[in-house]
Design a protein around this ligand. Structure first.
Ligand SMILES: [Mg+2]
Length: 485
């Protein structure tokens, strides 16, 4: 008779081989999973993976109807809406009606007005002469998948109105777009549709339950902190994990109002009653494993209830500002970020690997030639000065001039080749913006935030299933420029 080994930790852990790239968890800051006692999850876009295209369409249509009702031209309903236009990490300039992508130094690398890309000169004129203040009222930072549709609508409205003789009030347009989207969320124009047809809007990851069980079987305790309200959360969780979803979690907190959950001291309420008739009762304490659902609250009280050191808590979310950045700044929680776009990004990366190597070669060649050019230019100047003093070096001057001309043409053509290849690579990632994580050779502003605030990151929560619950995620060793060869 064959005995089964009682090692629950390995029950779901199929293979020790390195998972496929799209299923891997990537590490910025080393993290020992065995030291994590609690693992907390955001719900929307983390446990619940929305179909982006369907969500955008729903949100755009609901918003437009409200915009037209506010007095915007009815022709807006027939305007072109590109749901593939925005990516996360863009900055909306509400004064000029532009959408920008910055690198980690807040230098604007690409910009669009409507769907028209700004030229280098236009970008320079508008953004490179003074420092950009992304946190000021002039700008709006888009870092959620949920926020992408507002960029699609804004760009389309700017495009639509840009032919008008009077310059539109870009700031007001953005305020209206935001307002209409918020209203659509509040009045049920969006949520009711989702709830009426979960499969259309939400992808039920078939491995999600197993991934949560894998963690629980290894002795970890799980909680949820979501901004969604209790009835919506309950229905979504039922769809994702089945009728008895709640036993997997020792604590469920809804309507948490992150990021304020991390910064304000609001009390917890217990949610009583059924979905149709919700009653909120002030909670004196948080009861773990009680199957109660809470609303509101704050991180301090939660941390006290968890009863472990804060650095033994891993929080998993998709939103840089609401989930990951605030958690990092206000607590010692470790963070895992869910980046749904990883799959596409990795695909694109694999497809252009060869071109990137070629680009590096071109860059080295260009630098060498530019250097040679500078040497010949200097020599030519020196010879010409000598000539003014009466010394005739005509043959030498002519030779240098030819060389300067040849090198200038060569540098110009290399620069052109470099730009073309760089654009082709960017286009493979995204037709408008290039890579999510990179801006030319630098990290993009978004990529930089992921690096800074997410200890580990991956495409889906269920990728945890590919790792033992005692896995040591090890960050690549950082090297400063002076340490490189
Ligand atoms: Mg979320």
């Amino acid at each position: 008779m064959q005995l089964t080994l009682p090692l629950p930790e390995f029950a779901h852990f199929v293979s020790s081989a390195r998972p496929h790239k799209g299923r891997r968890i990537y590490c910025n800051r080393s993290l020992r999973l065995d030291q994590m006692e609690w693992i907390g999850f955001d719900m929307d876009y983390t446990l619940a993976v929305y179909h982006q295209e369907e969500m955008d369409r729903l949100s755009i249509n609901a918003t437009l109807e409200k915009m037209v009702a506010r007095g915007y031209p009815a022709s807006l309903k027939d305007a072109v809406y590109r749901t593939d236009f925005p990516i996360r990490g863009l900055l909306v300039d509400r004064h000029l009606g532009n959408v920008l992508k910055m690198d980690r130094y807040k230098y604007v690398k690409r910009a669009y007005h409507g769907l028209r890309e700004l030229s280098k000169d236009e970008r320079r004129e508008a953004y490179h002469r003074r420092r950009i203040e992304p946190a000021s009222d002039r700008y709006h930072w888009v870092d959620t998948l949920y926020g992408l549709s507002e960029v699609s609508v804004y760009a389309a409205v700017v495009e639509h109105l840009s032919g008008e003789s009077e310059t539109p009030d870009y700031d007001q347009i953005f305020a209206d777009v935001r307002d209409c989207i918020d209203q659509s969320h509040q009045d049920g124009s969006i949520l009711d549709h989702i709830e009426a047809d979960h499969p259309r809007y939400v992808w039920r990851d078939p491995r999600i339950a197993a991934a949560l069980d894998h963690l629980r079987d290894s002795g970890k305790r799980l909680f949820v902190v979501t901004n969604s309200h209790a009835p919506y959360t309950r229905r979504m969780m039922r769809y994702l994990l089945g009728e008895d979803w709640q036993w997997r979690f020792d604590l469920v907190i809804t309507a948490s109002k992150k990021p304020r959950f991390f910064t304000e001291e609001r009390p917890f309420h217990e949610v009583r009653g059924d979905d149709e008739d919700v009653e909120l009762v002030l909670a004196k304490s948080l009861e773990l494993g009680s199957k109660k659902i809470y609303a509101g609250g704050n991180v301090e009280t939660l941390q006290a209830a968890l009863g472990c050191d804060p650095d033994r808590v891993l929080y998993v979310g998709d939103h840089i500002f609401g989930d990951v950045l605030r958690a990092k700044k206000k607590t010692a929680w470790r963070t895992m970020m869910i980046i749904q776009e990883m799959g596409d990004e990795l695909h694109a990366h694999a497809a252009v690997e060869h071109s990137i190597a070629q680009l590096d070669m071109l860059s080295i060649q260009r630098r060498r030639l530019e250097n040679d050019l500078r040497i010949f230019q200097r020599r030519l100047r020196a010879l010409e000065e000598l000539d003014e003093e009466g010394a005739a070096h005509e043959a030498e001057i002519a030779r240098n001039k030819r060389e300067v001309g040849r090198l200038t043409r060569r540098v110009r053509s290399l620069r052109h080749e470099f730009d073309e290849l760089e654009n082709a690579i960017a286009h493979r990632f995204h037709p408008y913006w290039g890579s999510l994580f990179k801006a030319a050779g630098e990290s993009s502003s978004f990529g930089h935030q992921v690096e800074t605030y997410a200890d580990i990151y991956t495409s889906h929560v269920s990728n945890l299933l590919n790792y033992s619950a005692s896995h040591y995620f090890e960050s690549p060793r950082d090297l400063m420029p002076h340490e490189l060869g």
